[in-house]
Design a protein around this ligand. Structure first.
Ligand code: ADP
Ligand code: MG
Length: 696
């Protein structure tokens, strides 16, 4: 868009300084450009009218034609304006709490209006608060069945900038600005993907003429938004692979030795594939930046270890960073077993490692004698210097911030280390393409053979005795049980109380079993002590808050009970469930909830009962919550899309990504004349504030 779009909106006819100030404050709209991109978020069928008699509870917004009978101010202090209105089927009320003086003038008895809003019933009377209104006489022109609905605020509404008011100024804007709108996509792309021109699309999105054309307008604008996003991400990836050389890690001697002599199980096909993909990167001469997605239990740790072996036999060192001390410990113990078999030195570095021990670790790293370092973010500290760090692995990626990961990069002066990021939070493909658009993604989409799928059931609180009976049976068989309580964000105290109450009732129900308890308020070593007792099988039941959510591996634990399951998000439930089903025994997940559930809670619990597939669950989650809530998306800012929706527009996203790839492949610098519109738009966007710094 050109300079013209930097014009301040106060200069638009019908706006002026006061309304402009409000639009600035309330919606962040400052310029013509901002306003023209304030797309409607929905369209309403305004060809339908309701009779007052036909109103009922389940209606969203409705239109009613009614005559003003009388108007009164009700209440003392904070008063409200009530207009009693009627049509031939009955009477109802329209009420205002703000902007009363303004409105009152517009409501002489006998005036007939089209009122629009969501009806609510008080006693037997229907009423609409702050309806939109329009004199019937003015709307004699044919009613459009697709009225745009713009987001607005109470304050704006009080100044007649409701959706309709915004539409009015939009009309002005479109008149003056349409000729200035430049095409941003080349002709051949428009043709190939059957997209309409930008001007048409913008007009149609604000003033739709018919459903089919509106659809095409939306598709065009969504495509454009995704296209430029993908272009930017792909460009970042190209820059990275061109700029950052990688250390050659291609020796597989240790890997072969391990594979032939020590590996305790056959790798799954998916593990093998992912190892191959990483190996290709590590010997490519370019820096690897790869995300490994694998559902809980899919065996990411073994993949990590084998990649480490490649690094080590090629003369480099490797490190693995985990988000919590418990996890780091567990990785250390697991990997130490393998490392010892191979005669490879390995050490653990966490906040609780003693100073004296640290010194030895630091020295070992600098001399290159120490080959593998496992740890928490303690290993990011500046004193931790490697002789030659070749591979840095980050487990459970979403717990780490961008800046922390960037620090890893700085651990090798000659080459950036190859980076593997492992996450058990499955991200739907569409989101991965965007969120990690500049990374390469590998997926471990297969669980080790012989795992029995976890059986999941949903039980109400009243069934608790039966559930306890079941727990008892399982413990009798020699198994262990997790019982997890939710974290209630508002109240640390309430959390603890909940947990302690639960703990006591469990202690009472199972007087003969030893219990462990772990929660966020405990010191790290106390937590660890309790965890270890459970890991060793000394305690039979682990009562905990969600601190055990990530990564902990106790194969003998076969029952996961989640209390107040309705309070957990889907991905969290799935993570928790992943703590069981790691051994050969049949495992169970029991979701406890109260009886009354919101619609979303019900969908979440039903989804958990229906499927064990992390990707399916992630898809449902994305639909329920929208992408903005997913881990990590906020910080990257890439979900601030104007019109496209990552959860719903996957097909368009795929097309746009293909298109961006095609364009960059043919013309990496966008220097060919036909791509001039793209280049212009890219430059335009660069000027705007978004910071597209590295995501990983
Ligand atoms: P996650 O991907 O959740 O990190 P882990 O790496 O902790 O999973 O692996 C879960 C369990 O499965 C571990 O006990 C591990 O030893 C075991 N495991 C991993 N790969 C295989 C395999 N190919 N066959 C059998 N067991 C495996
Ligand atoms: Mg893991």
């Amino acid at each position: 868009m050109s300079r013209f779009f930097d014009t301040k909106i106060e200069f638009l006819k019908g706006v002026g300084p006061q309304k402009a100030a409000l639009l600035n404050q309330e919606l962040g709209i400052f310029t013509y450009g901002d306003l023209v991109q304030h797309y409607p978020f929905r369209y309403e069928d305004r060809s339908k009218f309701f009779k007052i008699r036909d109103l009922h509870q389940d209606l969203e917004n409705v239109q009613i034609i009614a005559k003003v009978m009388r108007v009164e101010l009700v209440g003392t202090g904070k008063r409200r304006l009530v207009a009693h209105v009627a049509d031939e089927t009955g009477e109802m009320e329209m009420t205002w709490f703000k902007g009363i003086q303004w409105i009152q003038k517009k409501l002489p008895p006998g005036a007939v209006y089209i009122f629009f809003g969501k009806p609510a019933q008080f006693g037997r009377k229907w009423s609409i608060a702050h309806p939109e209104m329009e004199p019937l006489s003015q709307s004699a022109e044919k009613r459009n069945s697709f009225q745009p609905v713009y987001s607005t605020t109470e304050k704006l509404r009080a100044r007649f900038l409701d959706s309709r008011g915004i539409s009015k100024i939009m009309e002005q804007l479109i008149q003056v600005c349409l000729p200035h709108i430049q095409e941003t996509l080349p002709q051949d792309l428009l043709q190939q993907y059957q997209l309409i021109g930008k001007q048409d699309a913008v007009r149609e999105i604000h003033f739709p003429t018919d459903p089919a054309r509106l659809q095409r307008a939306r598709k065009r604008l969504k495509f454009e938004e995704f296209f430029f996003l993908q272009l930017r991400l792909l460009k970042m990836k190209v820059t990275r692979t061109e700029k950052y050389r990688g250390q050659l890690l291609e020796n597989t001697e240790l890997l072969k030795d391990f594979y032939e002599n020590h590996i305790p199980f056959e790798l799954t096909g998916a593990q093998k594939r992912v190892i191959r993909e990483a190996y290709q990167d590590m010997k490519s001469g370019k820096q690897m930046n790869r995300l490994i997605q694998g559902d809980v239990g899919s065996g990411k740790t073994m993949v990590a270890f084998i990649c480490m072996l490649i690094a080590i036999s090629s003369g480099a060192q490797a490190c693995l960073m985990a988000p919590t001390e418990i996890l780091a410990n567990q990785h250390f113990e697991g990997l130490k077993e393998y490392a010892d078999m191979m005669g490879i030195s390995i050490a653990l570095l966490t906040g609780s490692v003693k100073k004296s021990a640290r010194k030895g670790i630091h020295e070992g790293l600098e001399s290159g004698e120490l080959k593998i370092l496992i740890g928490t973010h303690a290993l990011l500290e500046d004193v931790v210097q490697f002789q030659n760090l070749g591979l840095a692995i980050v487990d459970e990626q979403h717990r780490f911030g961008v800046a922390q990961r960037a620090k890893l990069w700085a651990k090798n002066e000659n080459f950036y280390p190859h980076v593997l990021v492992m996450t058990a939070t499955p991200i739907p493909r569409t989101l991965a393409m965007t969120l990690y658009g500049d990374l390469d993604v590998s997926v471990i989409d297969e669980l080790p053979a012989g795992r029995k799928p976890i059986q999941t059931v949903h039980r109400y609180d009243k069934d608790r005795l039966k559930v306890f009976g079941f727990i008892n049976q399982e413990v009798q068989k020699g198994r262990q049980v997790y019982i997890v309580y939710p974290l209630i964000e508002e109240s640390e105290k309430l959390n603890l109380k909940n947990l302690m109450d639960g703990y006591e009732s469990i202690a009472r129900a199972f007087p003969n079993y030893l219990l462990s308890i772990v929660h966020g308020g405990m010191k790290a070593d106390a937590k660890d002590y309790e965890m270890q007792r459970f890991v060793k099988g000394e305690t039979k039941i682990m009562v905990a808050t969600t601190v055990i959510e990530v990564g902990v591996n106790v194969p003998n634990a076969s029952v996961m009970v989640i209390e107040n399951a309705e309070r957990f998000g889907l991905s969290q439930l799935h993570q928790l469930r992943g703590r069981v089903g790691r051994g050969a025994e049949q495992s169970y997940c029991i979701l406890m909830s109260k009886y009354e559930l919101s619609k979303d809670s019900r969908v979440r619990l039903e989804t958990m009962v229906r499927t064990n597939d992390g990707f399916e669950i992630a898809d449902v989650d994305l639909k329920l919550r929208g992408p903005g809530d997913l881990m990590g998306t906020q910080q990257s800012g890439i979900t601030d899309l104007l019109i496209a929706d990552l959860s719903k527009d996957a097909p368009i996203l795929t097309l746009a990504r293909d298109a961006a790839q095609q364009v960059l492949a043919n013309d990496p610098n966008l220097s060919q004349p036909e791509n001039a519109p793209i280049l212009r738009q890219v430059r335009q966007q660069k000027k705007s504030a978004v910071n597209w710094s590295r995501i990983s």
